[in-house]
Design a protein around this ligand. Structure first.
Ligand code: NAP
Ligand code: HSE
Length: 343
């Protein structure tokens, strides 16, 4: 992308649902951008697109052609990836919040990401920075392990289960709050957290990680009962849906998602309901916590807009680990050690 300094930056938006509509409203505060067109399924549906509503279309090419930056906020895997391939061929910078596509269609996305052409901060922990620090400041250490709460819907559901609310009732409220995926089984069954942790693992230590390596290690919250969650809480622990990247004991990494019961003084335990957190432990830096909101319209659109601003400045997006980073220690002590442990 090369832009004359005074030329408005043309942004094509694929999808103006929960996140896309919030992005368009935020973009209307930035006169340097023009949203050329926005792809939707139903242009007749009433929606609040702020002060400068874009033209709505059902033809993806109208949103892609001539755009300097194409932002994908549709969801799904194959179709959004194919549309972004079209945008990449036409020379656009790419921005997405779509962790499902990044996780499951990694072989297609990887070359674009390696070339620095993609912004996807919003795909993991939404507006709370995760990809930036993991591929920036934390690259000075070698990673021991990483544990995270990456799904806001499940974090909210578990809080409600603790209060004795049934899973289905709590899920309806998470949907109303804009946290849940269009298909909420992606949240409840652990797939959304798995998509995110697959992206995190590839960006930090395991660029070759295949989605099929993660799939057998994914468990969600569907089987959790208010009784179990409350019993754990009464015993001084909190149940969390934990996404992890850990040494596998054989020189590689194990990546998955499962409910874990966490000691109440640990950072993943004392998170407020619905929030996300990531605990990274590296040999030089020790333990680092990142926490904040991880879902919702403006929370997510905030990070998408930051990627759009970065692309418009011509700055490269985050790069994955260049090659597999071997674990420093095949069986590190459990997360919780805060002292740097450089050998
Ligand atoms: P959403 O509310 O379901 O919006 C999806 C948008 O895509 C809608 O505008 C929809 O059109 C459009 N769309 C879907 N299928 C289409 C088709 N076949 N043809 C044309 N348009 C189509 O989803 P969302 O919550 O905004 O999420 C968007 C992306 O952001 C997903 O990848 C999600 O995983 C990711 N994300 C979401 C959050 C969050 O908190 N919601 C956070 C981080 C990342 P209509 O409006 O006409 O139906
Ligand atoms: N459905 C996702 C969640 C949205 O609940 O965390 C943010 O990626």
């Amino acid at each position: 992308m090369s832009l004359a300094p005074e030329a408005p930056v043309r942004v094509g938006v694929l999808g103006v649902g929960t996140v896309g509509a919030a992005l368009v409203r935020l973009l209307s505060r930035h006169p340097e951008f023009i949203v050329t067109a926005a792809l939707v399924r139903d242009p007749g549906r009433a929606r609040d697109l702020g002060a400068r509503p874009p033209r709505l279309t059902t033809d993806p090419d109208e949103a892609i052609d001539g755009a300097d930056i194409v932002v994908e906020l549709l969801g799904g895997v194959e179709w959004p990836t194919a549309l972004m391939a079209r945008a990449a061929e036409r020379g656009a910078r790419l921005v997405t919040a779509n962790k499902a596509a990044l996780a499951e269609a990694w072989p297609t996305w990887r070359p674009w990401i390696e070339a620095g052409r993609v912004g996807f901060e919003a795909a993991v922990m939404a507006g709370t920075p995760a990809i930036g620090p993991l591929t920036g400041a934390l690259r000075g250490s070698r990673m021991h392990a990483l544990e995270a709460v990456l799904n806001g819907t499940c974090a909210y559901l578990i809080g409600e289960l603790e209060r004795g609310v049934a899973l289905e009732t709590a899920l309806a409220e998470a949907q109303r709050l804009g946290y849940a995926e269009a298909d909420p089984s992606l949240d409840v069954d652990g797939w959304d957290a798995a998509h995110k942790v697959a992206v995190v693992a590839r960006m930090t230590v395991a660029p070759e990680l295949a989605w099929s390596d993660v799939v057998p290690r994914v468990r969600g919250v569907r089987g959790l009962t208010p009784d179990w969650v409350r019993t754990e809480r009464a015993a001084g622990r909190r149940v969390r849906l934990v996404a992890y990247v850990e040494p596998d004991g054989a020189g590689g990494w194990r990546v998955g998602v499962e409910p874990r019961s966490i000691a109440a003084e640990r950072p993943l335990a004392f998170l407020a309901d619905g929030r996300n957190a990531l605990v990274y432990r590296g040999d030089a830096v020790g333990e680092v916590w990142i926490a904040g909101p991880g879902a919702g319209a403006y929370v997510t659109a905030s990070a998408v807009l930051a990627d759009v601003l970065q692309a418009a400045r011509g700055e490269p997006g985050p790069r994955p680990a260049r090659a597999v980073v071997s674990p420093v220690d095949a069986s590190p002590t459990p997360l919780g050690v805060v002292t740097p442990s450089l050998a």
